[in-house]
Structures are given as structure tokens and as C-alpha cells.
Design a protein around this ligand. Structure first.
Ligand code: GTP
Ligand code: MG
Length: 418
């Protein structure tokens, strides 16, 4: 991989909401797993005593063990997913690269991205890719090789290539954000398939527009379908290539307010996914190319403005950072809600079921113990009765012997006297 500097960890990032929640829920499930295993051992031991636990119950309890293990596995894999859409060449791949702070995805003029590309973190410092339908890890040495690997293949535009990039190279990957890049919405007739295969579990969508033109029908239609299939998707809109506006300073403000109004109307009146106030916080004017260049300069120890390509760089760079902050807040909150709410209610129901079953068993054990105690008491009573009887008998015997001895003595002394 290239020699750019490693990122500085930023633990104030809103992504930490997700990271911490994931750790917490993993810990809780770890405890539940321990508890289930312990309880299973206990129940299996009771099973030998068929009076208390029967086979069906034992099997039911074992099913909890599998359930908990399955949830734990899903939990390990849970991540935050963001998907990027827009017309060809608007800069989708460039936006992702700018967020990753490195040129990872191929970008260029013309139709570049020809299938879905998912970038996710890999452990162990390795960079590789996996094509759909294969388990083979193809090592990636550099971006050129990655671009070649992607273009050589006759991949269907709906297929997915997963690119694994070392987590430690980018804080977003470290914190479990997964990026999905797509081919232009204008080049495909299979938009429904796209949504079904790649969008259902996305936490955030980013519509990348070209600020030099205006939103197209294809882009609008795509998001209409998304919002029909998903309830209130989180959508951000980036008016990219805003650096171009520097060439026409006199019309800059009016173009900006025209785009802003259209974007807000699209989110609120057309898609009805949000209100005016929130929509205003979801529309940005940026330059992905400039941001990426600035970050590459920064990683070399240079000031970011060395990556500037036009007047007004600082404002666009701030706006990109502002987008990232709002995006991080939104994606971590949404992912915690959609992913962990489900797990915690499942966890609650499993532990509730286990509890009522154990309560049942406990009740049976108590009855059983009382029964045993009753039997024991009866036995003790009987023994006590025998003891008294014995004592009485002994006492009587003693008396008898005593009398006999006296009688004998009397008889003996009488005989002696005579
Ligand atoms: P496809 O993969 O073909 O759908 O395109 P894409 O949306 O991924 O666009 P890509 O990132 O490949 O960018 C297309 C071209 O626009 C590249 O040459 C980029 O360098 C350029 N570009 C991207 N963002 C900007 C920007 O903000 N300003 C300028 N001036 N050029 C940009
Ligand atoms: Mg692309």
C-alpha cells in the first residue's frame, strides 16, 4: 500500500456512539452466553432426574444456546453502511476517496465505476479484494492494479466487489463504516435490483450531484424508488464540483440558493423523508477532488491549501468537514437504532423465556424437595416412636429384672436362714 501517513485517531468522533454501543451490547451478549451455558450444564445434570426436567425442555433450552451464538455472530459483523448514488462522473468515487483520505477507488472522466464496489476495513494491515461468488482474496498492491482488476473482469453492473483496506489507515474504516460505490444511475436499467441487492441495509444514502448542472430525472427516480422500498431513508445531498463556481463569482450565490431550494424541496415535498429544518442540514456544496488533494498534501505534512484548485478553497473544505460531521452523527445514531434495537429486544425475549423456564424448574424443584422433606419427617417420627417404645420396654425390663433379683435375693436369704 502507499506511504501516506497514518491517520490521527479521533475519539471525539460521533461514530464512537456506534462503536461504544457495539462494545456494550457485545459484552452483554457475552454475559448472556456465559449464563446460558452455565444454565445448560445445570439443566443437563437435572435431566438425569426425569421427574424435574424432560427431554423437550432440555432441547428447548439448547435452542437458546444456538440463538444467542447466532446473534453474537451477527453482532460481530454489524457495521454502518453508506451508499453513494448519482449520475456518471458526478464524483461519487472521488467523494469516497476524499473521505478515506486516499485515492483508493478508481475515478476519472467517462463511465469509470462499472459495478458496485464496497470498501470496508480489514484487520492485519492487508489490502485485498473479493469478487462476488468467490472466496479468493486477490491482493491489491496499488490503485492502478485495483483499477485494472476491476476493469478486466466482465462484471455485471449489479455485481459487487468487496475491497478490504487496512483499518488503521482511516478512522472511518476503523470505526466500522462501510462504503458502497455504484455505477451512474443513468447507465442502468436494473435500478430495482440495485436497491434490493445493495441498499436494503444501508443506514445512509449520499446523492452526489454535479453542481454545474442540475438534478436529473434518473437521479430523482432512483431515490423515489428507494424511499418507496425503505421507510424514511437518511439522504444527504452533495452538490459536488462546487470549485467550478469560482469561475463565475457573480452568479455563485444565486446558483447556490437555486440548488439549495431544489434539493430541500426534493427531500421534503417530493420524497417526504424529512422536514425543512433537517433537510437544510443535509445539503452541501463541496469539491471532492480538492478535498482529496488537500488531504493527500496534509498527509505529506503540507498545508491543505496546497491542494486547492480554485478561489474559495477554505470554505469548500470546511463545508466538506461539516458534511462529514453531520454524516457521522446521522449514521451512528441510525445504525445503533436499526441494528442494536433489534438485537436488544431479541436478547430480552430470549432471557425472558429462559427465566420463565428456570422459574418453572425451580418451582418443581421446591415441590420435590418439600415432598422429600415430608417423607423424611415421617420417617423421623416413626423412629422417634420406636425409640420411646424401646425405652419403655427397657424400663419395664429393668423393673422386671430388678424385681426378679429382689425376689431371688429374698428367696436365697430365706433359704439360708432356714
Ligand atoms: P462513474 O464511476 O463513472 O459513475 O463516475 P463517478 O461519479 O465515480 O465520478 P469520479 O469520481 O470518477 O469523477 C469523475 C471525474 O470528475 C474525475 O476526473 C474527477 O477527478 C473529477 N472530479 C470529481 N470531483 C470533482 C470536483 O469536485 N471538482 C472537479 N473539478 N472535478 C472533480
Ligand atoms: Mg465512480
Amino acid at each position: 500500500v502507499s506511504e501516506t501517513r497514518l491517520y490521527q485517531p479521533n475519539d471525539k468522533s460521533p461514530l464512537q456512539i456506534f462503536v461504544r454501543a457495539k462494545k456494550k451490547i457485545n459484552d452483554i451478549y457475552g454475559e448472556i452466553e456465559e449464563y446460558v451455558n452455565e444454565a445448560t450444564t445445570f439443566i443437563n445434570a437435572l435431566h438425569s432426574d426425569a421427574e424435574i426436567v424432560d427431554k423437550a425442555e432440555r432441547e428447548l433450552f439448547e435452542s437458546y444456546v444456538y440463538k444467542v451464538a447466532a446473534i453474537r455472530e451477527v453482532l460481530q459483523r454489524d457495521h454502518m453502511k453508506v451508499a453513494f448514488f448519482g449520475r456518471t462522473s458526478n464524483g461519487k468515487s472521488s467523494v469516497i476517496n476524499a473521505m478515506l483520505r486516499e485515492k483508493i477507488l478508481p475515478s476519472g472522466i467517462g463511465h469509470t465505476t462499472n459495478c458496485f464496489c464496497q470498501v470496508e476495513g480489514s484487520d492485519g494491515g492487508e489490502a485485498y479484494l473479493i469478487k462476488e461468488g468467490s472466496d479468493e482474496k486477490l491482493n491489491v498492491v496499488n490503485i492502478k492494479q485495483l483499477a485494472n482488476a476491476l476493469s478486466q473482469e466482465k462484471l455485471s453492473e449489479s455485481s459487487l466487489v468487496r475491497i478490504f483496506w487496512p483499518r488503521e489507515r482511516c478512522s472511518l474504516l476503523r470505526d466500522d463504516v462501510v462504503f458502497v460505490d455504484s455505477p451512474g444511475v443513468d447507465v442502468s436499467a436494473n435500478l430495482d435490483d440495485w436497491i434490493d441487492n445493495h441498499c436494503i441495509n444501508a443506514d445512509v444514502f449520499v446523492l452526489v450531484l454535479n453542481a454545474e448542472s442540475t438534478m436529473t430525472r434518473a437521479e430523482k427516480q432512483f431515490f423515489h424508488t428507494v424511499s418507496q422500498k425503505l421507510s424514511k431513508p437518511n439522504i444527504f445531498i452533495l452538490n459536488n464540483r462546487w470549485d467550478a463556481s469560482a469561475n463565475e463569482p457573480e452568479s455563485q450565490e444565486s446558483v447556490k440558493s437555486q440548488h439549495t431550494e431544489r434539493c430541500i424541496d426534493f427531500l421534503t415535498k417530493e420524497l417526504k423523508v424529512t422536514n425543512e429544518k433537517e433537510a437544510a442540514e443535509r445539503v452541501f456544496f463541496v469539491s471532492a477532488r480538492e478535498t482529496l488533494q488537500a488531504r493527500i498534501e496534509e498527509s505529506k505534512g503540507n498545508p491543505p491549501h496546497m491542494g486547492a484548485i480554485a478561489e474559495g478553497f477554505q470554505i469548500r473544505y470546511f463545508e466538506f468537514q461539516d458534511f462529514e460531521r453531520k454524516f457521522e452523527e446521522c449514521i451512528s445514531q441510525s445504525a445503533v437504532k436499526t441494528k442494536f434495537q433489534q438485537h436488544s429486544s431479541r436478547g430480552k425475549s430470549v432471557s425472558g423465556d429462559m427465566r420463565s423456564m428456570l422459574d418453572n424448574i425451580y418451582e418443581r424443584i421446591t415441590i420435590f424437595r418439600n415432598l422429600k422433606q415430608d417423607q423424611k419427617n415421617l420417617l423421623t417420627e416413626r423412629i422417634q416412636g420406636t425409640e420411646t417404645q424401646m425405652m419403655q420396654v427397657t424400663r419395664e425390663m429393668k423393673m422386671k429384672i430388678h424385681n426378679m433379683v429382689e425376689e431371688v435375693e429374698e428367696k436365697v436369704s430365706k433359704a439360708l436362714n432356714e
